[in-house]
Design a protein around this ligand. Structure first.
Ligand code: 5GP
Length: 195
């Protein structure tokens, strides 16, 4: 069992609506030693890949992406910004993403200056549920002509469809922890054995 899995079992809180709260160590208060271990583990899992940029989405993916970047030769981290403006100019790559936790739809944007043809991208995010956030990031990378070399997720909720969809699209997806089931009534979390 890796550090993240141990921490989820110790401090993760199951909320109604299939939401796992990890606010005490990842999404609000952050344990930087744990983040560092996660970055190291992503490097181990994508050791054969040459990465020129890490792409994530604000806000919770940023810290994880930065920790990972330290293990990939300090490549730049680019995060997709959630934009309220409907007047997005031509300097931006744009994707529409439905938020799992907030149940709203955001346009997310990345400046064309920071993602280019020829980039080899590792996409990082905190959670994978239905895969909307990842599909938005993949579409932005592909609009830029960049190659998605891999996708690293902290917590995949294996009982939701996203993991299957993204793997079926042919992407190399690695999740540090996979939750097979959870129950807010009994506060139980069952993790998939990945050893
Ligand atoms: P998806 O787009 O795959 O449906 O959902 C992924 C996004 O929703 C992630 O970027 C994450 O911010 C948020 N998310 C999805 N499920 C959870 C969850 O159980 N807990 C938390 N904290 N965030 C989640």
């Amino acid at each position: 069992m890796n550090c993240l899995e141990e921490r989820i079992l110790k401090d993760g809180v199951v909320k109604p609506g299939n939401v796992l709260k990890v606010d005490s160590f990842l999404n609000h208060q952050m344990d930087v030693a744990l983040l560092d271990e996660m970055g190291k583990e992503f490097k181990r899992r994508f050791a054969d890949k040459t990465i020129t940029k890490i792409l994530t989405i604000e806000a919770s993916g940023i810290a994880i992406a930065c920790s990972a970047a330290r293990y990939f030769n300090n490549v730049p981290v680019v995060f997709a910004k959630k934009s309220k403006s409907i007047n997005i100019d031509g300097d931006m790559y744009v994707a529409t993403v439905e938020s799992f936790t907030h149940k709203n739809v955001n346009q997310v944007v990345v400046s064309k200056r920071y993602l280019n043809e020829g980039d080899h991208v590792l996409i990082i995010d905190d959670f994978l549920a239905n895969g909307c956030a990842l599909q938005g990031l993949i579409s932005i990378a592909e609009s830029a002509g960049a190659k998605v070399e891999g996708i690293g997720i902290a917590v995949e909720k294996g009982f939701q469809i996203g993991g299957k969809v993204i793997r079926n699209m042919g992407y190399h997806l690695e999740s540090l922890a996979i939750v097979d089931s959870m129950d807010d009534q009994t506060s139980t979390i069952n993790l998939r054995d990945q050893d």
